[in-house]
Unconditional design. Sequence first.
Length: 330
Amino acid sequence: MTSETQQGVNDEIREAISQAVSVQSNAINTLNNEETVEEISRVALEIDEADGRVAFSGIGKSGDVAKKIVDTFNSIGVTSHFVHPVEALHGDLGALSPGDTLVLISNSGNTEEMVELLKFIRHFDLTTVSITSNPDSKLAQQSEYHIDTKVTDEGAVVDLVPMASTTATMVTGDCLANALMAMQDFDKIKFGHFHPGGTIGKQLLLDVNDLLYTDIPRTKPSDTLAEVAVQMSKGSKGIAVIRDEQDIVQGILTDGDVRRLVEAGTDFNEVIAGEVMTTDPVVILPEASAIRALEIIEDHDITQVVATDSENKFKGVIHLHDIMKEGLSS
């Protein structure tokens, strides 16, 4: 291949990429018009007020998009499921119940299997919604609600390949999800409840109490440094938390402090903890989030932080290593 030919091929590739990006960007921007926003709002209100679940149906690429929207809805606590149009017509209509909302996805709005499904569910007392790019299609005309994605060009080298239509439909699903979150005051805590197993859930739900190490022997301000060093070793976290008889934190000494005192020639049998301890240690409440503890540790360039209640009573320590074991990062 000559350099001129190669350059021509490269130009075609760049043009194809630019075309896909441009057309799909335009398809998304086209959704942001008053008419479409109003259509999406009406559907979101209907879903929010409905007593039943939300079902999505589509075939081919539209089916794939429908499944993705189902996943998004379930992640925000809106109970949803996917219904395959062909399987529904062969026995799976039992997955639908009165009061449900059925969202039918088809770019053309005239997909035979989808039109057949809509025809046979009329007696189910469902709310029907269609998402198409053709307001004059059978689905658009026969469903109770319709969202027009207004896609006229896929942006593909071969325009029959679904590209902009699937992108616009997926964004429409995200718009519905966002509207529902706004209606239901959905926040990070609620999101975390639906994602307890992964890093996201841990960042939102894991708190200091969950990672507290409490087996730190009590040392008193009057204890000698030799006694403190022994207790620090027993605690195995490289920290001594000096407390009074009521377990109120008076200060701390770390293994780093001990090393510096050794280097300074301090007499560990004569000097007491109260004379050299840090009297204003960084503390955190047990109910604070673990990710907040990590932020404090990093901000102060320390390896652990002491947890106390509102009256400064000792509750434990949370160590950087224990936080990182959970896969958290700030």
